[in-house]
Design a protein around this ligand. Structure first.
Ligand code: PLP
Length: 376
């Protein structure tokens, strides 16, 4: 048996003991009737936290984003403008088209997760009869594919200004909003001040088992509640889940900075190996995600590296790559593309786990760097 350090995603986190306690003891009722006291408490807490009028507890981040699209783009012939690297565009099965009948129009993300505001302005459509109507613009903070990047506040403020000028609602996919707030040492309210709606997740770095939320105006949330029901997300005694989300906000959110420090440490170690095959841009790493890139001049691909990280060789266990009980170590991560791997830190990775992961990654990266010489 090998010891596994799972860095695939912060979604692998399980409910903490205090979450389980809160879940068992939560007061519940039928949330479709608006009678679950714990869900109601969570929704008020969120509206307060983000400085908006109302909130809605929903099963997933994907559903939260889809509902936002359905509410903002409720006119036929609508389009939502999103980043080409956004979760909405890449990882939600095109639900906007599939379910909502909304065209997704993509705008190129820059490496920091932003996009060009002049291009946004030029791309707004709807004044001409031939065109769809741009009915929503969405941003993502932190930006997952860009490596957990936190969007600059000024950029969000400028985009918000632009959206207001054109009367287009601005939606924030804030699945990891609390990570962004921790990085900036700013209140979550400040981060969402200029946006009309926000989705955020409890089931990622916040360690709750299930659940996301949509936050916005009374009117928006009223419409969102209807859409949630239509999508089959009208849940009943959901207080057992909301209880965990409340603990997530109270107890896990304040500790997110620790995950960021551990991610920085991992990035620094990989950078400090000075290998030709692997690189990390540590200086532009903001939160809990470490992107390791494989040189384009190497024949190695990300799948091969992940396969090797999931194996234990005799040689590595004869060195430091083992637990105090002499177990070998497996590190799990995911590949974003052929040449990019994502390692995600979360609250279930202790300093001891991080140390084991560092030993393993160091061993494997050095081994592969030697075995796959860079082409000149
Ligand atoms: C940025 C972002 N948005 C939305 C989601 C979707 O969340 P869920 O998996 O709860 O549907 C994810 C999931 O990882 C995400 O990273």
């Amino acid at each position: 048996m090998a010891y596994i350090v799972d860095l695939r995603s912060d979604t692998v986190t399980k409910p903490t003991e205090s979450m389980k306690h809160a879940m068992v003891n939560s007061a519940v009722g039928d949330d479709v009737f608006g009678e679950d006291p714990t869900v109601n408490a969570l929704e008020s807490k969120l509206a307060n936290l983000l400085g908006k009028q109302a909130a809605l507890f929903v099963p997933s981040g994907t559903m939260a984003n889809l509902i936002a699209i359905m509410v903002h783009c409720n006119k036929r012939g609508s389009e939502a403008m999103v980043g080409n690297l956004s979760h909405i565009f890449r990882y939600e099965q095109g639900g906007a088209a599939h379910v909502a009948g909304v065209l997704l129009s993509t705008i190129q993300n820059k490496p920091d997760g932003t996009f060009d505001l002049q291009e946004v302005e030029n791309r707004i459509r709807g004044s001409d009869i031939h065109e769809p109507i741009t009915s929503m613009i969405a941003i993502e903070n932190t930006h997952n594919v860009c490596g957990g990047k936190v969007l600059p506040l000024q950029w969000v403020d400028d985009l918000s200004e632009l959206c207001k000028r054109h009367s287009i609602p601005l939606h924030l996919d804030g699945a990891r909003l609390m990570n962004a707030a921790a990085y900036l040492s700013a209140s979550p309210e400040r981060l969402v001040r200029g946006v009309d709606s926000v989705s955020m997740c409890f089931s990622k770095g916040l360690s709750a088992p299930v659940g996301s939320a949509l936050v916005g105006s009374y009117h928006f949330i009223q419409q969102a509640r209807r859409m949630r029901k239509m999508l089959g997300g009208g849940w009943r005694q959901a207080g057992v889940l909301a209880a965990a989300a409340i603990v997530a906000l109270d107890e896990i959110a304040p500790q997110l900075g620790l995950d960021h420090k551990r991610a920085y440490r991992l990035g620094k170690v990989v950078e400090g190996l000075f290998l030709k095959t692997f690189s990390v841009d540590v200086e532009s790493q903001h939160t809990n995600i470490v992107l390791v890139r494989i040189s384009e001049r190497s024949s190695l691909n990300a799948d091969q590296v992940l396969t090797r990280l999931a194996q234990v060789s005799l040689a590595e266990t004869q060195g430091d790559c083992k637990t105090p009980n002499d177990e070998g170590v497996i590190v799990k991560a995911i590949c974003f593309n052929d040449k990019t791997m994502r390692f995600t830190l979360h609250c279930e990775v202790s300093d001891a786990d991080l140390w084991l992961a560092i030993m393993k990654i160091t061993f494997v990266f050095k081994e592969l760097d030697a075995a796959y010489p860079i082409k000149s």
